[in-house]
Design a protein around this ligand. Structure first.
Ligand code: GLU
Length: 305
């Protein structure tokens, strides 16, 4: 059921203590293959503000391919030297990501560093998540980083994972962010992009279509979610919904929202009805112990806000 009656009511998210924030390519680059530094600076400031309130944050970032393209184009000063996004071969994407990933991390390092926060890079492939030992190692490392107050910045390891290597590639960072959220038993996954959330139809085609503020039952969702969001984005609404399905089933809330809204992260955690909230499926299965824990975390969160 896609419930549109929830608009205006606060969401029960104030207790979230561990949050995965996914930043999409279109948001970080304005869909023009250039890192949008003011936007990144603003988002980094928001992440730091959450940390200062005791919320653990893991960032899943896109933008490596875009940053790589920007670097090579700056050097060659020939705007058409590289094929358009949709015409890129898997190899070219790998090459661009290899160039761009270090640029991307450099920007994060500078922006977080200016606020006294250390970041760590974690590049993952599907194999790292599917294999039990590698998953455990990854999980231990991320847990330890969080304990140390470091902000892990995760991306897919595009250099070793391409579309031709089936079973290795994760493919898009919506799916990756879902995997990270599950691996770390996060309370909340926030997928920030350029769109305001989930609509019942494509808002570019149907301008009067309404945003769906909350989805309580994904199986009953009747929205047309086909089509990618921008030429540079890897995922689209389909991958976001798929991630939401798996993550909410694992008891984790998911929100899709417009990352350009002022102070979006704090407002989302305060329960403001921005974007689309996919409610975690936990009520029926929750044991009395889980319910008590939920209430405790909720109460702690309310005291913090
Ligand atoms: N890993 C890709 C990058 O950093 C992005 C994949 C995605 O946007 O989903 O450019």
């Amino acid at each position: 059921m896609a419930d549109t009656n929830g608009a205006g009511t606060l969401r029960p998210l104030a207790g979230a203590r561990r949050v995965v924030v996914k930043l999409g390519t279109a948001l970080l680059t304005g869909a023009v293959d250039q890192l949008d530094l003011p936007t990144m600076q603003d988002l980094v400031g928001q992440v730091v503000a959450l940390r200062e309130r005791g919320v653990e944050v893991v960032v899943v970032t896109s933008g490596a391919v875009a940053a790589g393209r920007q670097a090579l184009e700056e050097r060659d000063s020939a705007p058409d030297a590289l094929p358009a996004p949709r015409e890129r071969t898997p190899l070219l994407r790998q090459v661009l990501a290899a160039v761009g990933q270090s640029r991307l991390m450099h920007v994060y390092e500078q922006l977080f560093g200016a606020r006294g926060v250390i970041v760590a890079q974690a590049l993952l492939t599907r194999g790292d998540v599917d294999d039990e030992i590698r998953r455990k190692n990854t999980q231990n490392t991320l847990e330890e980083l969080l304990k140390l107050g470091v902000v892990p910045v995760v991306n897919e390891n595009d250099v070793v994972a391409n579309d031709e290597l089936e079973g290795v590639i994760i493919g898009d960072n919506d799916t990756l962010s879902g995997m990270v959220a599950r691996m770390l038993s996060a309370d909340l996954l926030i997928i920030l992009g350029e769109v305001a959330g989930l609509y019942s139809a494509d808002p570019n085609v149907h301008p009067d279509v309404e945003l769906i503020p909350e989805v309580l039952d994904l199986e009953a969702l009747a929205a047309d979610v086909s089509g990618p969001l921008s030429p540079t984005a890897r995922g689209g609404m389909v991958t976001k919904i798929q991630a939401a399905r798996e993550i909410t089933a694992a008891g984790i809330d998911v929100i899709i929202a417009d990352g350009h809204q002022p102070d979006v992260l704090a407002r989302l955690l305060a329960g403001e009805p921005l974007g689309t909230w996919f409610s975690a499926q936990r009520a029926e299965e929750a044991t009395p112990f889980d319910q008590a824990q939920d209430r405790l975390r909720q109460a702690q969160g309310e005291r913090l806000v």
